[in-house]
Ligand binder design. Structure first.
Ligand SMILES: *Cc1c(COP(=O)(O)O)cnc(C)c1O
Length: 378
């Protein structure tokens, strides 16, 4: 028999690791290409990157595309270090912050199969987070074959007090990796630096404060990453800096943690145009600050207008709001809005299934949403 016909008998499923075969992969928000669609489902910024960023990116598209980019994104790390008053050694750049979150699981967490069953050993393979929070975290744990410890936030999506966490024993202060989204998604609620500091102090494993939305918030916790050796701050150019397409994110933290992550990083993980766009972004921060103000103003207006229509809207420090709609179930609202070419996000998990998450768009988009909501309620 020829090699060809015998190899044709290999069943694809038989060569895939069971973990991968059974994995429930992360489901990103839809990116449909429907004409006239108002897209308020993935927290993209409604305003384009600054003209200077577009010009710098376009100017870089030439014969240089044949060359590898700077492997360590050195210029970008230097510029970020100046901005954050730290050293380039405190910073690692990723192909989006999602890449770095995945890298962190491989750097700090043992796969469950590699540890014994004692409680201390299990902590070494535990990825811990509050729920509801960024739905990527459990997927990262599953991919890595790590244990998860998901602890529910209290009724107002607040972090339970340290006393409660200590007493309940549900929270593992020795977990290898703890992920806290702040301000949180999808609730939009921010945690204070004081409470995060107190939480971090109790931890013996790595704590990542995922600040993807921090530019829309009142305070940030960057200082904690420069003060505590086991705390990393995660930031991204995607949401606040209108650069989702380019995939650039970064961590700030202790040089030894950063160097450890760097060992596992792909040599050319951040593409050259992304590095150029991010650098140009940092040269034009006032442009973005204007947009933050506009988004926060639209957020305030949308919050009060939706409340007048009977929505129960949680106060938000992000570029989205979580709202419990009146009259129909949240899932029906998703469909009814979609029928009117407005896309929002709905999550099926129990803590938030009665809510829809609405990205803050332009004022015109907010008006269109309000008009649609009025018609749905009429
Ligand atoms: C969007 C988002 C990210 C990922 O951002 P990228 O840099 O685009 O990968 C990370 N964390 C949270 C909480 C987010 O909402």
């Amino acid at each position: 028999m020829s090699t060809r016909s015998s190899s044709a008998r290999v069943k694809p499923a038989s060569v895939i690791r069971p973990l991968v075969h059974d994995l429930h992969a992360y489901v990103p928000g839809e990116q449909p290409k429907i004409k006239g669609l108002i897209k308020l489902n993935t927290n993209e910024n409604p305003y384009p990157p600054s003209p200077k960023v577009l010009a710098a990116t376009k100017a870089a598209v030439d014969g240089r595309l044949r060359l590898y980019p700077n492997p360590a994104a050195q210029a970008l790390r230097e510029k970020l270090a100046k901005l954050h008053r730290c050293a380039p050694e405190n910073i690692i750049i990723g192909n989006g912050s999602d890449e770095l979150l995945a890298l962190a699981t491989r750097t700090f967490v043992e796969p469950a199969a590699a540890v014994r069953s004692s409680r201390t050993e299990q902590s070494r393979s535990t990825i811990q987070y509050f729920t509801p929070s960024y739905s990527l975290y459990p997927v990262l744990a599953a991919i890595h074959g790590a244990r998860t410890n998901a602890v529910r936030l209290n009724s107002e999506f607040a972090i339970p007090s340290l006393e409660v966490l200590r007493k309940s024993k549900a929270w593992d202060f020795n977990a290898a990796l703890t992920l806290v989204t702040t301000p949180n998604a999808p609730s939009g609620r921010a945690f204070t630096t004081t409470e995060l500091d107190a939480l971090c102090r109790e931890h013996r494993g790595v704590v990542i404060l995922d600040e993807a939305y921090v530019d829309f918030a009142e305070e940030n916790a960057l200082a904690l990453a420069l003060k505590h050796p086991h705390v990393l701050i995660s930031r991204t150019f995607s949401k606040a800096y209108s650069l989702c397409f380019q995939r650039v994110g970064y961590f700030v933290g202790h040089p030894e943690l950063i160097a450890a992550l760097d060992k596992l990083r792909d040599s050319y993980n951040v593409n050259g145009l992304g590095q150029i766009a991010a650098l140009a972004t940092l040269d034009d921060l006032p442009y973005y600050r204007t947009n933050f103000r506009r988004i926060k103003a639209t957020r305030a207006r949308l919050t009060s207008s939706l409340a007048q229509l009977g929505f129960s809207v949680l106060p938000s420090q992000t570029n989205f709001i979580l709202a419990r709609p009146p009259k129909f179930a949240a899932r029906e609202w998703l469909e009814k809005l979609r029928a009117r070419k407005i896309l929002v996000r709905w999550f099926s998990y129990p803590e938030v299934k009665d809510y829809i998450r609405i990205t803050i768009g332009t004022d015109a988009e907010a008006d269109a949403l309000l008009r649609a909501a009025k018609k749905i309620l009429a």
